[in-house]
Design a protein. Structure first.
Length: 597
């Protein structure tokens, strides 16, 4: 609450033509007749302490609007009302406790409810009389402000006494929502004060009125959606809604979820636009966007399509607080994980890679391992879903896969890079070299994805040329065949098998003696653990020896010929395959005879 250095001196005036709101005397403030008393002490501007005595009679509160008497009488009356607000403006907890215990809050709530009733009834008269309109509204401002101040008591006292005035307070707040959220003829400054008082009041009492949570949310939503509500008040109301819901399980109240969904467009707009201009170094309404997103899938689907919302979230990737940054990353994770996430990527922000570029930057600067994993995982998810992953995202994924100390990050980024390469229309030398490097990483799932991606490159002639002539592809695959796991060996041999089906690649492959030696050693081994991989190896050798141009490359490996003869005697393959083996045996035998001669 706003702190006042000293309580205001007790007003001392009386007017027989007005309701006896403030009585004459040096130590009393009287709202009507003597019914509820609150005693204590206060210090004036000069530092002198004197007694105070507040009397409120809610039963005899004015039963008619403030009379439209002379302008001077109204001004004098209003002066007294405003002085009452100043009287409660202090931060003395014990005094506020005393005020609550002696019924001040009950009296103020009752007066506020009745005043609002007559204020609403007298709308036509207010429209005809400017003075009347202003005085009535200032009276409501004073009462609502006083009540908000009094409620700054200790939590146990408020919890114990709130039932005494909750009914009047709820009725008053509902009326305020109806009047000031939908009509625009009232004085904007005074109306703003009243609406802000509503938000403050609900924030103070929300934990003690859980049984009326839905009603309070409905009141605040009227302020958020009200055409005449000032933007600052709308932001306060939206913030208060989620303050109320912090200790309230939404799953137990489908009614509140429906209310929030029905008004989600207004909530998204208010919170998103409010978050954009705020400094990066301080919390702001964006954090409430995270709360709003958690309400339902339907709301998240709406948020995905709002440019201002995504911009507000992305802005917080650079926030000074790691907790805020983590909330922003988690928020984006929720969006991406939704079944309707594909809608998100049709938006211009994702096509322009606004989110991806921000994540790339975040991945480079985050030092906390868990937070870096959040960023990397999010970047990888988006890369997998985007039709054409951005170059920056792919490059960052590649860097993290090779440099991160966190194995989870290595795995996430490696797999994402490989998946992204499947959608790359024009892979370059750097892309293909990275895939080859991934085939040797100590993470089986990354290696598997790398082999899958390399296989997709075989359909692109330009990529095959780069693979065979500009990268250490054949050397790396020779190592995989001779020392890789069964799965890796099978994947590598499958790619070589597909390449060997085209005779135009035979010369290039056969120029690498290390690869030929690995192939022959692999097929000639006695204990075959992967029969599919073994069959692939035999197919490759037969294909490479299918014409006489490459036969000479195999002559140094003399163990191949006797093994082929033995294999022919043992194989149960069909006749066509056996004929192919026989042709290769004859070709090799002839070459050896010619060599010896």
């Amino acid at each position: 609450m706003t702190k006042c250095a000293n309580k205001a001196p007790i007003p001392q005036y009386s007017d027989p033509g007005e309701p006896n709101l403030i009585s004459d005397g040096e130590d009393s403030v009287d709202f009507s007749e003597n019914v509820v008393e609150s005693s204590g002490s206060q210090t004036n501007a000069n530092g002198n302490t004197f007694s105070k005595h507040v009397r409120i009679n809610s039963d005899e509160a004015p039963d008619q609007p403030i009379p439209s008497t002379s302008h001077s009488q109204q001004q004098k009356h209003l002066l007294g009302i405003l002085e009452v607000s100043k009287y409660f403006c202090h931060d003395n907890l014990e005094d506020h406790n005393s005020e609550i215990e002696r019924g001040v809050a009950s009296g103020l709530a009752s007066l506020l409810r009745r005043s609002l009733f007559f204020y609403e009834q007298g709308r036509e008269k207010r429209e005809r009389s400017k003075d009347f309109k202003t005085s009535g509204l200032e009276y409501i401002v004073s009462l609502s402000t006083s009540l908000t101040m009094v409620l700054h008591c200790s939590e146990p006292v408020l919890e114990h006494h709130i039932q005494e005035f909750e009914s009047d307070l709820l009725a008053a707040l509902q009326t305020i929502g109806n009047i000031f959220g939908s009509h625009c003829e009232e004085d904007s400054i005074l109306k703003t004060v009243v609406l802000k008082n509503v938000c403050r009041t609900v924030g103070l009492i929300q934990r003690y009125v859980i049984h009326h949570t839905e009603m309070y949310v409905e009141i605040l939503l009227k302020i958020v959606t009200g055409e005449s509500s000032p933007n600052s008040v709308k932001v306060d109301a939206a913030d208060t809604i989620f303050l109320v819901l912090e200790t309230f399980p939404l799953q137990t109240s489908p009614g509140i979820v429906k209310l929030l969904e029905a008004n989600s467009s207004a909530l998204i707009s208010v919170l998103s636009t409010a978050a954009i201009p705020v400094s990066d170094d301080e919390p702001n309404p964006t954090l409430r966007l995270f709360d709003l997103a958690s309400v339902s899938v339907m709301i998240r689907a709406k948020m995905m399509k709002r440019r201002c919302t995504v911009l507000a979230i992305v802005r917080h990737f650079r926030h000074a607080s790691m907790d805020v940054r983590r909330k922003a990353y988690l928020f984006c994770h929720e969006l991406v994980d939704d079944p309707d996430a594909s809608n998100c990527y049709s938006s211009s922000l994702f096509l322009e890679n606004v989110v991806v570029d921000a994540l790339v930057e975040a991945a480079a600067v985050e030092s906390d391992p868990d937070t870096q994993l959040l960023v990397a995982s999010l970047l990888c998810k988006i890369t997998k879903i985007q039709p054409f992953p951005s170059t920056a995202a792919m490059d960052q994924a590649r860097r993290l896969a090779f440099s991160a100390s966190n194995e989870s990050i290595v795995t996430e980024c490696g797999v994402a890079y490989c998946e992204g390469m499947k959608k790359e229309p024009f892979p370059n030398h750097q892309h293909i070299s990275a895939l080859l490097d991934f085939t040797t990483l100590p993470h089986s799932n990354v290696r598997a994805k790398a082999f899958e991606s390399l296989e997709t490159l075989l359909t692109k002639s330009e990529s095959v040329e780069i693979l065979l002539k500009d990268t250490p592809f054949l050397e790396k695959f020779a190592e995989t065949v001779s020392g890789g796991s069964d799965d890796d060996c099978e994947a590598a041999l499958n790619i070589l098998r597909q390449l060997s089906r085209s005779s135009r690649h035979h010369d290039t492959i056969c120029q690498h003696a290390s690869l030929l030696g690995s192939l022959i050693a692999f097929v000639a081994q006695e204990d075959v653990t992967n029969r599919k991989a073994h069959f692939y190896g035999v197919e490759i050798i037969l294909a490479l020896l299918s014409n006489g141009e490459t036969t000479a490359a195999f002559l140094p490996f003399r163990r191949l010929l006797p093994w082929l003869v033995s294999f022919l005697n043992r194989t149960t393959a069909d006749d066509a395959f056996k004929e192919q083996v026989v042709a290769v045996i004859i070709r090799l035998s002839t070459a050896y005879l010619e060599q010896d001669v």
